[in-house]
Design a protein around this ligand. Structure first.
Ligand code: DMJ
Length: 636
């Protein structure tokens, strides 16, 4: 029956109650409910009823309560993060105080959100729906965040070391030299800023900028490569200029073709380091987004990435100049591991770590001629192409990343360690030679024949072998230290035997010549860092003053031959006392050469090797101290 509404008529409920009575009844019911719920809090902790209704807060995903490792000093016992202070939490990020809530297990990398779902990583891997790119966090979903304060509290040394600042004492020679290197950095930066800000490199002769085509349309390679060096040298104003440029002008919506390797080591490495040094969210977010743009490079039948990725179409290709035009290069696909593990650590997205772990497994499994790793492989068939082996260009940083993966994992990545020492044994057996003049060098191997030459790039190996010496089998440690020292001495000879006291791009041990270039096309020096990089490691290992002396020789030579009115430039012939300049201030001069020189004249606890490993562009990435207590979700 249809009941019509009559004005002023209050209908009775089906139970025969009128409205005021119904209201009183509801009031009574709600009071009763509140009373019962409140009583739950008075129950003993073990009560099932209580556990059912009041789930403990520590059971939120990603915030499990874990005991603090015994013997690990409390966070507060360490120095606070240096200036600039850590960034305020980004929107959606928890306050540091709330992160410190539940007691945590030893380790710096604690998540405040669970990792992104596996399906998302898989979607990114298969390229489904996103051209191979990992999906950005879903709109409205809470962004993943990283516990920067916990990370900083786990460092064993202050980032900038413990040296007294602002001391009244007269400056020592070492301090004066360090200040000189700082001045060179300031000059290099200011010249870049003045003539080329936002472009990838400064052209000091023409006083303008150069964009190039290596970075897929990204700009500011010099800015990104300089961030951590400026920070380290406490060039605060310059650091702020660089940071402001990243915030306001570093756009990722570019659509060109990029080198996977170069974008990774310079941009991602630079951004990751800047984040770990400062805690500024902008660096973390941009590193992750850029990392996602690189993922299509891995869409190959073997999972070995190709060298070039198209940011617009998400397609990939090999460098045209490689054999058959479809070859991947060992040093390129083998120098992603450090950065990609950190991308997973900082994003919660496993896809990055999965990509590089797959490469590692692949290389571990396949046959290696005499235990050596050739420089070229087909990303389609997985077969080596040509048997050219080199610790210099095309091979170099693959070996570097093996030993550094071991160190960055706080010595838990035994696969990397084993592969490194096995490779080093093969290199020593087949490539290391001593010249008639007593110089130790690493030759290049072409299908069984040796080229008795060393590239400037191969000179990083003195530092690498020194770095790895301490974890070798006990009876080999002294030998590796000596090998490192001998190779570094040879590289110094290549500098010392030139008119400029700067080293050539390649030098030979042939026909009575030793440690010198044999043709003009190999006689140039483009501000490369590898020799001073080895001086820095050897200095830290031995404290032999010779390495600082040799480092200072390089500073003097740079000042004399490479400094121009508007920045530093490479030279075309190291054997000429009046060399022509090459009109390029390379980004790695600011990222690496000046940083390693500065560290050479600093205390050992500045960016201590206990806390940091340097990527192949000298960007410091932290060691995962949490791993020493067992993996608890850390990627590294
Ligand atoms: C840098 O970009 C890196 O060190 C890379 O591994 C090799 N070459 C340059 C510097 O020479």
């Amino acid at each position: 029956m249809l009941m019509r509404k009559v004005p002023g008529f209050v209908p009775a409920s089906p139970w025969g109650l009128r409205l005021p009575q119904k209201f009183l009844f509801l009031l009574f019911l709600s009071g009763l409910f509140t009373l019962c719920f409140g009583a739950l809090f008075l129950l003993p902790n073990s009560s099932r009823l209580k556990r059912f209704f009041l789930a403990p807060r520590t059971q939120r995903p990603g915030l499990e309560a874990v005991p603090e490792a015994p013997g690990h000093p409390p966070a507060g016992a360490r120095e606070p993060p240096p200036n600039p202070a850590p960034a305020a939490p980004a929107p959606g990020q928890e306050e540091p105080s709330s992160l410190a809530g539940p007691r945590r297990r030893k380790g710096w990398a604690r998540r405040t959100q669970p990792p992104r779902p596996r399906e998302e990583a898989t979607a990114a891997r298969s390229g489904g729906g996103s051209g191979g790119r990992a999906e950005a966090p879903q709109e409205g979903s809470p962004p993943f965040s990283f516990d920067f304060h916990a990370f900083r509290s786990r460092l064993r040394h202050p980032v900038l070391g413990t040296r007294t600042r602002g001391s009244e004492e007269p400056q020592s020679l070492v301090q004066t030299r360090r200040e000189k290197i700082k001045e060179m950095m300031q000059f290099a930066w200011q010249s870049y800023k003045r003539y080329a800000m936002g472009k990838n490199e400064l052209q000091p002769l023409t006083k303008d900028g150069y964009q190039g085509n290596m970075f897929g349309g990204l700009g500011g390679a010099t800015v990104i490569d300089s961030l951590d060096t400026l920070y380290l040298m406490e060039l605060k104003e310059e650091f702020q200029e660089a940071k402001a440029w990243v915030e306001e002008n570093f756009h990722l919506n570019v659509s060109g073709e990029a080198s996977l390797f170069e974008v990774n080591i310079r941009y991602i490495g630079g951004l990751l380091s800047a984040f770990y040094l400062t805690g500024e969210e902008v660096f973390r977010m941009k590193a992750i987004k850029l990392g996602e743009k690189l993922l299509p490079a891995f869409n190959t039948p073997t999972g070995i990435p190709k060298g070039v990725v198209n940011f617009k179409s998400g397609s990939n290709r090999s460098w045209g100049w490689t054999t058959t035009g479809s070859t991947s290069i060992l040093a390129e696909f083998g120098s992603l591991h450090l950065e990609f593990l950190h991308l997973s650590e900082l994003s919660g997205n496993q896809v990055f770590a999965e990509k590089v772990r797959h490469i590692r497994k692949f290389l571990r499994k396949i046959d290696k001629p005499f235990g050596l790793y050739p420089n070229f492989i087909s990303p389609v068939s997985g077969n080596w192409i040509q048997h050219h082996v080199s610790v210099g260009g095309l091979g170099d940083s693959f070996y570097e990343y093996l030993i550094k993966s071991w160190l960055m994992s706080a010595k838990t990545d035994t696969e990397a360690k084993d592969m490194y020492y096995e490779a080093l044994t093969a290199i020593e057996t087949h490539l290391v030679n001593v010249s008639p003049g007593g110089l130790t060098y690493i030759a290049e191997w072409r299908g069984g024949n040796l080229d008795h030459k060393m590239g400037h790039l191969a000179c990083f190996s003195g530092g690498m072998i020194a770095l790895g010496a301490e974890d070798a089998e006990e009876d080999k440690r002294a030998h590796y230290r000596e090998l490192a020292a001998q190779i570094t001495k040879t590289c110094h000879e290549s500098y010392d035997r030139s008119d400029t006291k700067l080293g050539p791009e390649a030098f030979w041990f042939n026909s009575g010549k030793e440690a010198v270039a044999t043709q003009l096309s190999e006689s140039y020096y483009i501000l490369r860092p590898e020799v001073v990089e080895s001086y820095m490691y050897l200095w830290r290992q031995t404290h032999n003053p010779i390495y600082r002396e040799w480092g200072w020789e390089v500073v003097m030579a740079l000042e004399k031959y490479c400094r121009t009115e508007a920045g530093f430039a490479g030279i075309q012939d190291v054997y000429s006392s009046f060399p022509n300049h090459d009109n390029k201030q390379q980004t790695f001069f600011l990222a690496e050469t000046l940083k390693y020189l500065y560290l050479l004249f600093s205390e050992d606890d500045m960016l201590s090797l206990e806390d940091w490993v340097f990527n192949t562009e000298a960007h410091p990435l932290p060691v995962n101290h949490s791993d020493s207590a067992g993996r608890v979700g850390g990627q590294l």
